[in-house]
Design a protein around this ligand. Structure first.
Ligand code: URP
Ligand code: ZN
Ligand code: ZN
Length: 533
C-alpha cells in the first residue's frame, strides 16, 4: 500500500468528523446528499489536466464527435484523437454529450425577503447547481435601504463561500442622484451590467413608472441591461385584499389574487416604456401566455426584448396550490404565480421557436417552517421555489427528449444565450479553445429522479418531487475541476470566482445609429414667422 493511500485511510475519518462538526455547527437541518469535500484525490488529476474522450461535443452552433483537453481550468484543445500522458485524468464520454455547463441567469441565494432569508446560500445553492450540471449563476444583489454599494458589499461577503463561478445583477429600489451615480460605479468598477426593476411587491421592492423611466435611461447610457419583474403591483395589492376578504386565506389565494392579466399589463407597459427610451429590455420569469404574447409582438416589430421563462413555469401548473395539505400547497407559491395548465405548453413552444430566448430558475428557496409564516394568510407565505439543481434535467426532458428542440438549441437556451446577453461569451457558454473549462457530460440513456430526500438544496421540499426523465448529468467540471462524478460532489468552499460582466453586450449594437436616425427624422423645430397680434 502506498504512503498516500495509507494517509488517506487514516485521515478520512478525521476529515469526515471535521466536516460533520462544521456542518452541524452552521446548519439547522441535514445536508442531504453531500458526500465529500476536497479530500478525495482520486476524482481529479492533481496536475489539473483532464481529457474527455470520444463524446459528442455540443456548442450552440455545432456538434461533433471529438476529445476535449483541459489544463489549469481552461479548454486547451477540441479535436479528435488527442494523445495524452499518464498524469492526465481521462473521462470516457463515448455515446454521451459533452456540453457547456449550464448558466442560470436568475437566482436568489442568501437573500433577505419577506421577513426571512432564503434557505440556500452560496454554498448549498451552488452545490445543488453543480450536482445538476449548472456551473455558473447570476444572482440579484438587493441594495440596503436603497444603497447599492452597501448591498454589493454584503453580497461580496455572502459569496465568499462560493464553490463555482457567479456574477451579479443588481436591483434598483429607489431613485436619486446617489443611486444614479452608484449605478455608474457598479458598471464601471464592479462588473455589473444589468439592473432589475420590480414592478410588484408594493411597499417593499416595488418601483413606479417614473423610476422605471429614469432607470431605463440610465441603463441605456451605461450599456447595462434593464430587467423587469413584470406584474402590476398596485393591482396585485388590490387583488390580494379582495381575495382575502372573500375568506380565501390559503395558498390558492396567491394565484387568484394575481392573475395573468396583471402580468400581461406590466409586461406590455415595461416594453412600451423601453421602446419610448429605445433601450433593450429583459423580462424575467415569464409565466403566462399574456406576457409571452407581449414579448412576441414587440420582437416581431423589431424591439430588443428578451424573455426568460423559468423551469417552474415551463413544467408545472397551478394545481398544486389547491392541495389540501398546506405544506404541499405553500411550496408552490412564487411570483408571478405558476399558471393554469396550458400556459406551460405555450411557454415551451415559445422557447422552442425563439420567442423566448433562455431559461432561468428563479431559485429562491424557503423551507416548510418558513412557508408556514403564511398559514392563515397567503400574503405572508415567502414567495419562491427551487430549481437550480433541476433545471438542466427538466429542460432536457421537456424540450429535447420530447423532440421539441435540438441538442444544439438545448445548449443555446441553457448556457450560450445567457453568456451572450450578459457579455461573457465565449469565455462562458462554449466548448472552444480558450473557454473556461465549465463542462458537463450528459448520458442520454441514463435517467434521473427528483426528490427532496436526495437533492442538494437545504430545503425540505421540492416542487418537482417525483419527476423522472431520461438524460442524466453524470459529470460536472467547474473551472477545470471534476466536482460531480458517480453521484459524488467534491467541492471547496471559496473556490468559486466572481465573473465581472462588461457593459454593451450585442443587444446595444446599433442603438446609437437608430437614435441618430430618429433625431434626423424629426421635422422640428419648425422655423415660424413671428406671431401677429
Ligand atoms: O417568487 C419569487 N419569484 N421570488 C423571488 C423574487 C422575485 O420576484 O424574483
Ligand atoms: Zn421577480
Ligand atoms: Zn427572482
Amino acid at each position: 500500500m502506498s504512503m498516500a493511500s495509507l494517509l488517506r485511510i487514516i485521515l478520512s475519518p478525521l476529515i469526515l468528523l471535521l466536516i460533520s462538526i462544521t456542518i452541524s455547527a452552521s446548519e439547522s437541518h441535514p445536508m442531504q446528499g453531500f458526500c465529500s469535500v476536497e479530500c478525495d484525490t482520486e476524482l481529479t488529476s492533481s496536475s489539473g489536466k483532464i481529457l474527455i474522450k470520444q463524446g459528442t461535443v455540443v456548442n450552440a452552433h455545432h456538434k461533433v464527435v471529438a476529445d476535449v483537453y483541459i489544463e489549469d481550468g481552461i479548454i486547451v484543445s477540441v479535436r479528435p484523437n488527442i494523445a495524452v500522458g499518464d498524469d492526465v485524468k481521462v473521462i470516457d464520454a463515448t455515446g454521451k454529450y459533452v456540453m457547456p455547463g449550464g448558466i442560470d441567469p436568475h437566482t436568489h441565494l442568501a437573500m433577505d425577503f419577506m421577513g426571512t432569508g432564503t434557505i440556500d446560500d452560496f454554498y448549498t445553492g451552488q452545490a445543488a447547481a453543480l450536482a445538476g450540471g449548472t456551473t455558473m449563476h447570476i444572482d440579484f444583489v438587493i441594495p440596503i435601504n436603497g444603497n447599492l454599494s452597501a448591498g454589493f458589499a454584503s453580497y461580496v461577503d455572502k459569496a465568499k463561500k462560493s464553490v463555482m463561478d457567479y456574477g451579479f445583477h443588481m436591483a434598483i429600489t429607489k431613485w436619486d442622484e446617489a443611486v444614479s451615480k452608484e449605478m455608474e460605479l457598479m458598471v464601471k468598477e464592479n462588473g455589473i451590467n444589468s439592473f432589475k426593476f420590480f414592478m410588484a411587491y408594493k411597499g417593499a421592492l416595488m418601483i413606479n413608472d417614473e423610476l422605471l423611466l429614469h432607470g431605463l435611461e440610465k441603463c441605456k447610457s451605461l450599456g447595462a441591461l434593464a430587467m423587469v419583474h413584470a406584474e402590476n403591483g398596485d393591482a396585485v395589492a388590490e387583488g390580494q385584499k379582495r381575495i382575502f376578504d372573500l375568506g380565501i386565506t390559503g395558498p390558492e389565494g396567491h394565484a387568484l389574487s394575481r392573475p395573468p392579466v396583471l402580468e400581461g399589463e406590466a409586461t406590455a407597459r415595461a416594453i412600451r416604456l423601453a421602446s419610448f427610451i429605445n433601450a433593450p429590455l429583459y423580462v424575467v420569469h415569464v409565466m403566462s401566455i399574456d406576457a409571452m404574447e407581449e414579448i412576441a409582438k414587440a420582437r416581431k416589430s423589431g424591439q430588443r426584448v428578451i424573455g426568460e421563462p423559468v423551469v417552474s413555469g415551463l413544467t408545472l401548473d397551478e394545481s398544486g396550490l389547491w392541495d389540501s395539505d398546506f405544506t404541499t400547497a405553500a411550496k408552490y407559491v412564487m411570483s408571478p404565480p405558476i399558471r393554469k395548465t396550458g400556459h406551460d405548453k405555450a411557454l415551451q413552444d415559445a422557447l422552442a421557436t425563439g420567442i423566448l430566448q433562455l431559461v432561468g430558475t428563479d431559485h429562491c428557496t424557503f423551507n416548510s417552517t418558513q412557508k408556514a409564516f403564511g398559514y392563515g394568510d397567503f400574503r405572508k407565505i415567502p414567495n419562491g421555489v427551487n430549481g437550480i439543481e433541476e433545471r438542466m434535467h427538466l429542460i432536457w426532458e421537456t424540450m429535447v427528449e420530447s423532440g421539441k428542440i435540438s441538442v444544439t438549441d438545448y445548449v443555446r437556451i441553457t448556457s450560450t444565450e445567457c453568456a451572450k446577453i450578459f457579455n461573457i461569451y465565449p469565455r462562458k457558454g462554449a466548448i472552444l479553445e480558450g473557454s473556461d473549462a465549465d463542462i458537463i457530460v450528459l448520458n442520454p440513456n441514463a435517467s434521473f429522479r427528483i426528490s427532496a430526500i436526495s437533492h442538494h438544496s437545504r430545503s425540505d421540499t421540492n416542487v418537482y418531487e417525483g419527476k423522472t426523465g431520461k438524460g442524466k448529468v453524470e459529470v460536472t467540471i467547474s473551472g477545470g475541476r471534476v466536482v460531480w462524478e458517480e453521484g459524488n460532489l467534491k467541492i471547496t468552499s471559496g473556490s468559486g470566482k466572481y465573473i465581472k460582466m462588461p457593459p454593451f453586450s450585442y443587444l446595444f449594437d446599433g442603438i446609437d445609429k437608430a437614435d441618430a436616425a430618429y433625431l434626423a427624422s424629426l421635422r422640428s423645430p419648425v422655423h415660424r414667422t413671428a406671431a401677429t397680434y
